[in-house]
Ligand binder design. Structure first.
Ligand SMILES: Cc1cc2nc3c(=O)[nH]c(=O)nc-3n(C[C@H](O)[C@H](O)[C@H](O)COP(=O)(O)OP(=O)(O)OC[C@H]3O[C@@H](n4cnc5c(N)ncnc54)[C@H](O)[C@@H]3O)c2cc1C
Length: 623
């Protein structure tokens, strides 16, 4: 049976009975109000990861979602290195890899007239080309993988729920009011029709691109929604004979009509190798939306695959709009938005789910610190300061990636064709034995190579930089990058950047700097002559009531720099120190030992956590 609907519309199906009792912290009180510390609206990548991060931190939370289950179509799939690092930190990397298509099968991105037809070009992507593979392997303990959203969401949701989240399906957010002590949220149980109130200290709106929470707090948005029309067609067909020798998650098809709407060209995307697929095909959003039926869906699939009698089983289809919009501020008081609610863009470059999970990772350690009384509420303001520029950056990049197909159409000479026959005829121009043919071939190769900005853009994926009051730079400016910041990330311990990865260990174990700096605490890294920093950290942790781990790296220590990788990357002297935040961004660094390391560390952490500004009345109000 097939369905035609938007992915975010009603999920038909059987009812769910909630038979798990509420935990002690989340019990209805006498006025029948359920209480919790954080209420999360939405169980997509942003919501389910937020629930998992908060539960891992021991923060009580309830996650509600409108539907009876998680995503029902395999929208997001490319899971980039930064996200894999985060999922590794959350302890679920193995569970994700067990369901994912591995990195080595991701990358022979193909451009073709049809999947069975002539190839226009090919380019190794996602760090699978040998020179870029080195960049990817050197940068992180985790490699990208491909896991459909339909499989990733349940893993995060399961782990969140097992760690303490109260997950409520078929429960709809209706409205909220907030005061200086918390947020009262009106929700609807869609099975019983009953409305009730959840009282939370904080609310996270992770309710997708048409977020009601974002609308209710009137988040300022820039850009436009629905700038192009796309349809997803999911289907089963055995295409191993066309894919296995050039394994890729993406086969881009230059077929008549493929430059109208959509992602920039027609797309056949692997869902499961090599018998389950998703076609993305465009339509003119200014015209009446197409009304698809099974026969038409099969015909579109057959056209793109290029086999007229292909045996196809259609699983479903839906229409969706491409967006170009981001929020310039992400919160109001005790209410925060994350994910597609704050960045709405085409799936080009696979940034949506990744950035959604990264938003929540940034927000949740801050919420945990404030709720545990370790930080002042001003820390929460840095969520917007740090993540709003990222929202703008990825919306711009994803839309840029879509428009970078035009030079390929131009080089092929098909941009302004008016009929299908003309399109097909012009595709042959690139093969001509003529100066014009040679010019086209050169332009085509340049346009295909330029797609590295979508498919080999490690800088965009892991190079995020934060400049806020939760990063202490002592007035220094970030050094300029010598490499292209979209293709390459800045390998540095400059405060605000992501902690560089280095393999460390001893005779028995090997682990990454990212494994030592756990997401539930702050960490300092120093060397043997920096022992005084480690001693100071114990006292500072006690004074501030925070979890602060000190790692002394060097010969004879439990943690050794066996390959010298850390020495080459740390950029501070052996007796210097690097402070890493729970989200593995550098919070501060000192080049070398100072006269009073305890005071230095105490002052920096107090400033970063905004404890100095936190008087007792404020603390009572916000935690
Ligand atoms: C074809 C396609 C391919 C894609 N490929 C990739 C990719 O490779 N990599 C990538 O990173 N991204 C990709 N994306 C983007 C990705 O799917 C989204 O960015 C991601 O789903 C956003 O996550 P989210 O949690 O913010 O929102 P959503 O996934 O939209 O989740 C919203 C949640 O909110 C709930 N909800 C909504 N309203 C209410 C309400 N009133 N009350 C209660 N609950 C509510 C919904 O039930 C849902 O659980 C792709 C998208 C498409 C369309």
């Amino acid at each position: 049976m097939t369905t035609q609907r938007n992915d975010n519309l009603e999920q038909p199906g059987r009812s769910v009975i909630f038979d798990d009792g509420l935990s002690a912290t989340d019990t209805p009180n006498e006025t029948n109000v359920v209480e919790t510390e954080v209420l999360i609206v939405g169980s997509g990548p942003a919501g389910s990861s937020a629930a998992m991060f908060l539960s891992t931190q021991g923060i009580s939370n309830i996650m509600i979602t409108k539907y009876r289950w998680t995503a029902n179509t395999p929208r997001a799939h490319i899971t980039n290195q930064r996200t894999m690092e985060i999922l590794r930190d959350a302890g679920i990397e193995d569970q994700v890899l067990a369901e994912a298509v591995p990195h080595e099968l991701m990358g022979d991105t193909v451009y073709c007239e049809s999947m069975a037809g002539e190839e226009i070009g090919r380019r190794p992507t996602w760090g699978t080309r040998p020179d870029r593979r080195a960049d990817y392997e050197l940068a992180s303990p985790a490699m990208p993988c491909d896991i459909p959203q339909t499989l990733l969401e349940p893993i995060m949701l399961k782990n969140a729920t097992m760690r303490g989240t109260q997950t409520q399906f078929s429960t709809e957010y209706l409205s909220h009011t907030q005061d200086d002590k918390g947020v009262s949220v009106q929700v609807l149980n869609r099975l019983t029709g009953q409305e009730y109130t959840i009282r939370a200290k904080y609310l996270i709106g992770a309710d997708g691109a048409r977020s009601k929470v974002a609308a209710d707090i009137n988040l300022p948005m820039e850009g436009k929604m629905d700038i192009g029309g796309s349809m997803n067609i999911t289907f089963k067909a055995d295409l191993s004979h066309l894919a296995a020798h050039r394994p890729s998650i993406l086969y881009w098809v230059f077929h008549p009509g493929s430059n109208i709407g959509g992602l920039g060209a027609g797309l056949i995307r692997m869902v499961r190798p090599w018998n389950e697929w998703l076609v993305v095909w465009g339509f003119d959003i200014n015209q009446e939306p197409p009304k698809l039926n099974d026969d038409e869906a099969i015909q579109i699939v057959r056209n793109l695959v290029g086999i007229e009698d292909l045996d196809v089983e259609i699983l479903g289809y839906s229409l969706w709009g491409n967006n170009d919009q981001y929020a310039t501020h992400l919160q109001k008081g005790r209410v925060f938005c994350a994910g597609d609610a704050i960045h709405k863009h085409p799936p080009s470059h696979g940034l949506g789910s990744n950035t959604s999970i990264q938003d929540s990772y940034n927000l949740c350690w801050k919420l945990a610190c404030v709720l545990k009384g370790q930080a002042g509420p001003e820390l929460l303001e840095t969520y917007s300061t740090e993540r709003a520029p990222i929202a703008k950056q990825i919306v711009t990049r994803a839309n840029g990636s879509s428009s970078e197909y035009k030079p390929i159409f131009d080089a092929l000479g098909v941009t302004d064709t008016t009929t299908n026959d003309e399109f097909v005829e012009k595709l042959a121009l690139r093969k001509e034995n003529s100066p014009e043919g040679a010019r086209r071939r050169a332009a085509l190769r340049a346009a295909l190579d330029n797609k590295d900005y979508e498919f080999n853009a490690q800088g965009t994926e892991i190079g995020q930089f934060y400049d806020s009051s939760a990063v202490i730079t002592d007035g220094q400016k970030r050094p300029a990058m010598t490499e292209d910041p979209m293709l390459h990330h800045q390998k540095s311990t400059f405060p605000g950047l992501r902690l560089p990865h280095a393999w460390l260990g001893d005779a028995k174990e090997k682990y990454s700097t990212h494994d030592i700096a756990e997401g539930t605490r702050f960490t300092i890294f120093t060397g043997i002559t920096g022992q005084a920093w480690a001693d100071a950290a114990v006292r500072v942790a006690e004074r501030l009531g925070i979890d602060l781990k000190a790692v002394v790296i060097g010969e004879g220590q439990p943690v050794q720099d066996l390959y010298g990788d850390w020495l080459r990357q740390r950029e501070v002297d052996e007796d210097g120190v690097i402070l890493v935040r729970p989200d593995k961004h550098i919070g501060w660094r000192a080049q070398s030992m100072v006269a009073d390391p305890e005071t230095a560390l105490f002052d920096v952490l107090s400033a970063l956590l905004h404890t100095k500004q936190t008087n007792q009345a404020n603390q009572a109000n916000y935690s």
